[in-house]
Design a protein around this ligand. Structure first.
Ligand SMILES: Nc1nc2c(c(=O)[nH]1)N[C@H]1C(S)=C(S)[C@@H](COP(=O)(O)OP(=O)(O)OC[C@H]3O[C@@H](n4cnc5c(N)ncnc54)[C@H](O)[C@@H]3O)O[C@H]1N2
Ligand code: MOO
Length: 422
């Protein structure tokens, strides 16, 4: 432990949020990819487009349980003038038969079964007299199909073999994986999960469930960072808490980078102006310590050490949460080759007014009032507003508001940019 050098005040590098994010993203090289079975691809990012291997649907098939017939034979049917067709085949799903149909002939067919080449319509069983029990040899059609092709699902109408089902850069979820399977694809090329090490620093930190001596507080930042990194697609290679001793932090950091091969190390605390800023003390020669025009989250450290991206976030819990959103999450997504690095933003009226720190972009944990589905409003998650120490208030947050640097006060009714967290 030694007194730290230059604080975030005079002489420090100053950046806007955009400038700092640009520096971060310019340091990112995506992690390697591998081809894996669909089940292992969930939550990972496509490294290459997925192309359909087969037509979807694979063949013309029936959308209904009923009868495959020739349109001209049944086009005049109605309840007053029923048309009787002769059943010459039975086609359950999975059948490969392709019966020919002469004039007045039809095949009984089930949903998903291949439509005979000779058929041009499917008549749902509801539009016939008596149902399947009475249809072993003939069926009485009571209603004409609406048009030729009725109730036939055409080969390739969803996607053609060779066409793109999904582009590179999107995350594979349940819907994507099922679409790939439906397209005859069972393995996809995805980025591996970035390896992340989380290091909380602070001699005041104690396990959250214990008894706290005077001066001690529950350690919570590592919980936030580990969960947030996992949600962003990372694997945690280590999650540790160290004291404000240089040697303790140095050992944890070196282990993460050299032994565990972390792609990204994120630390909390020890970056600002105090006398025991352990992250600054150990890493100031290797990464940049900067002042970013945001609140909370003003003191930030970032750089590359070996192959690892290193983020030194300020220790206050709300600062950690908002710095993660502003810089670490986009970097984690960029490491995975994700094409969209930002969460969607919506613009909502403020339900109440609050103050902001002019000259700094405010990142405010927020709640959304959804009582009126056509008129959502946003309010601070905590009564205390944007205090970076208001850790318990994070439990109420489902979003965060982003207020521009030139705004001093948000008034009720003002439109505010809101980023949903889930
Ligand atoms: N003279 C100045 N003092 C401070 C400045 C400044 O510019 N000049 N900046 C303030 C701002 S803004 C922030 S943010 C903090 C950041 O300081 P550090 O990154 O050095 O963080 P610490 O001092 O280590 O901790 C700050 C705060 O957060 C609590 N903390 C730390 N780690 C955890 C954890 N893992 N779990 C829960 N809580 C944690 C810690 O106890 C402190 O209360 O500096 C201001 N000061
Ligand atoms: O910038 Mo600090 O992060 O206000 O709390």
């Amino acid at each position: 432990m030694r007194p730290a050098s230059p604080p975030t005040g005079a002489g420090a590098i100053r950046r806007t949020v955009e400038e700092h994010l640009a520096v971060v993203l310019s340091a990112v090289t995506p992690v390697p990819s591998a081809t894996v079975p669909l089940g292992d691809a969930i939550g990972r990012t496509l490294a290459a487009p997925v192309l359909a291997r087969v037509d979807v649907p694979l063949f013309d098939n029936s959308a209904m349980d009923g009868y495959a017939a020739r349109h001209e034979d049944v086009a005049a049917a109605d309840a007053a003038h029923p048309v009787t067709v002769r059943i010459v085949a039975d086609i359950p799903a999975g059948s490969s038969v392709d019966p020919s149909l002469g004039a007045g002939e039809a095949a009984r067919i089930m949903t998903g079964a291949p439509v005979p080449t000779a058929a041009t319509v499917v008549i749902p069983v509801e539009d016939t007299h008596g149902g399947f029990a009475h249809s072993q040899t003939s069926a009485i059609v009571l209603a004409a199909p609406r048009s030729e092709g009725a109730h036939i699902r055409r080969r390739g109408e969803d996607v053609r073999a060779g066409a793109e089902v999904a582009p590179a850069g999107i995350v594979v979820g349940a819907l994507q994986a099922t679409a790939f399977a439906a397209s005859g694809v069972d393995r996809v090329d995805v980025r591996r999960r970035p390896r992340v090490a989380v290091i909380s620093t602070g001699s005041e930190l104690a396990p959250p469930g214990g008894v706290f001596a005077r001066g001690q507080i529950p350690e919570s930042n590592s919980i936030l960072l580990a969960a947030s990194c996992r949600e962003a697609g990372a694997d945690l290679v280590s999650v540790t808490t160290v004291t404000d001793e240089d040697a303790a932090f140095d050992a944890a950091f070196t282990h993460a980078v050299d032994d565990l091969g972390a792609d990204l190390v994120v630390t909390s605390g020890g970056v600002s102006a105090g006398a025991y800023e352990v992250v600054r003390s150990v890493l100031s020669d290797r990464i940049d310590f900067v002042s970013v025009a945001m609140q909370p989250g003003e003191p930030q450290a970032f750089g590359r050490v070996g192959d690892a991206l290193v983020f030194g976030l300020p220790g206050n819990p709300v600062s950690v949460a908002m710095s993660f959103e502003a810089f670490v999450r986009p970097a984690l997504l960029a490491l995975q080759g994700r094409s969209d690095l930002q969460r969607p933003t919506m613009r909502l009226p403020a339900a109440t007014g609050w103050r902001t720190r002019q000259g700094r972009r405010q990142f405010l944990p927020a709640r959304i009032d959804r009582a009126d589905p056509t008129g959502w409003t946003v309010r601070p998650a905590t009564a205390g507003g944007s205090g970076s120490h208001l850790a318990a208030g994070l439990a109420q947050a489902e979003a965060y508001a982003v207020v521009p640097e030139d705004v001093a006060t948000v008034s009720a009714g003002d439109l505010v940019d809101v980023v949903l967290l889930s």
